[in-house]
Design a protein around this ligand. Sequence first.
Ligand code: NAD
Length: 471
Amino acid sequence: MSSSISFSEQVNRNFDKAAAFTNLDRTLLSQIRGCNSIYRMSFPIKRDDKSIEVIHAWRCEHSQHKLPTKGGIRYSKSVNEDEVIALASLMTYKCAIVEVPFGGAKGGIKIDRHEYSDRELESITRRYTFELAKKNFIGPGVDVPAPDFGTGAREMAWIADTYQAISGGNIDSLGCVTGKPVSQGGIRGRTEATGRGVYFGIREACSIQEDMDKLGLSTGVEGKRVVIQGFGNVGFYAARFLEEAGALIIAIAEWDGAIFNPKGLPVQAVHEHRVEAGSILGYPGAEVLATNMAALELDCDILIPAALENVITDDNVANIKAKIIAEAANGPIAARASDELTKRGVLILPDAYLNAGGVTVSYFEWVKNLSHVRFGRMQKRFEEGAYRRIVSAIENVTQRQFPEEEREALSRGASEEDLVNSGLEETMVLAYHQIWEIRKRLGKGADLRTAAFVDAIEKVAVCYQELGIFP
Ligand code: NAD
């Protein structure tokens, strides 16, 4: 997909646009914008057929204004240094927007995971972790990776295991990576967190009458026609939560094609079909579109790019018909295309805010690892006892017995998953209204992306200013 400037230049262009709305010192702005450290590595691995292959990988720590730094690890053939830097800088801004106390980082290994056996992937992941540890680019207080495109809980478990093996009895070593399986120090709710956060963000946006009126839409998610590109971790869960809230998922695009049904596609059933058949294509009752990119151009209320960057560019922006574009992926809209869509009145929910659910719950996982106790473990039963006593007191006063089911519901203490989901919802709702207010303050010409960047820049700036380094 053509785009005249690189991904990191696009992020910096958004930064500069927002920086112009602030009164911050220019050297301070350049400190915030620049990438602090980057580690490029190459290492050989032995393949199953005994041949040797050299693997190329990166880890970038964009900003250490707060420690540890945090960001996913991506396995993709298209990984390159510029992409890793761009994604790391987005992490700095993302963490600031949702008030997660981390600096931004990102890692990438230039491989297509489908071309490697499980044994080969394990060996690549463990060697990558070892390389990071050698240069102090990983650790619970230094830099904490997480899943991203092409990686998941399994890879995070390999990373944690490798780090533990070489970190000499560090009691906090499980906090070196997040997105782990629950049995390996992970947290309930992390797998679906980014998709759930995307849902919360869209729900908040759709609840604001003033914005919906401008788009000619009713408030609420119910009945909205949604198109999703990328049916992986983020896309699948975003689709599932939107469907539960009454939205119609009318099209799903994957790397090998797209399916469409104006009456709605059942998300779980399409997922099961994909697991069985190896593709979303062939799902009964759905029309197959000519290309996977054609889905982006469908007439819909909400378009959710949830695969890769730069999928809406000068090449196709004129054909985009969505009224709301929810950037679940990082950087899916090229900078010029974003400007054009904003001019046309399209409401863009920016990536730096919208997909921050993953890092938010990663933060909860990291806190859990450092505190060595599951959320809810200490208070669940105590709370339940207290609620039961309140319910009994109400029954005594009112001389009315609650039905057993209602009694149970009223007396339930919060589990780890309840607390995680509630913390995530609070974070996404609060952050949306913060950037919405900033957009209002900035006035005409400012979109939510610019507002989100202003929010992030101002929050990071304070960290430096309070050290007395910058005015
Ligand atoms: P994933 O690997 O689980 O899913 C990506 C999906 O996109 C896969 O199903 C893949 O087959 C599909 N895909 C690949 N090329 C495509 C194409 N050309 N057209 C349509 N579909 C295509 O990855 P993910 O974790 O869901 O990440 C998706 C995006 O969300 C990335 O941009 C990532 O940086 C971003 N993100 C992920 C997280 C997270 O917690 N996983 C957090 C924040 C942001």
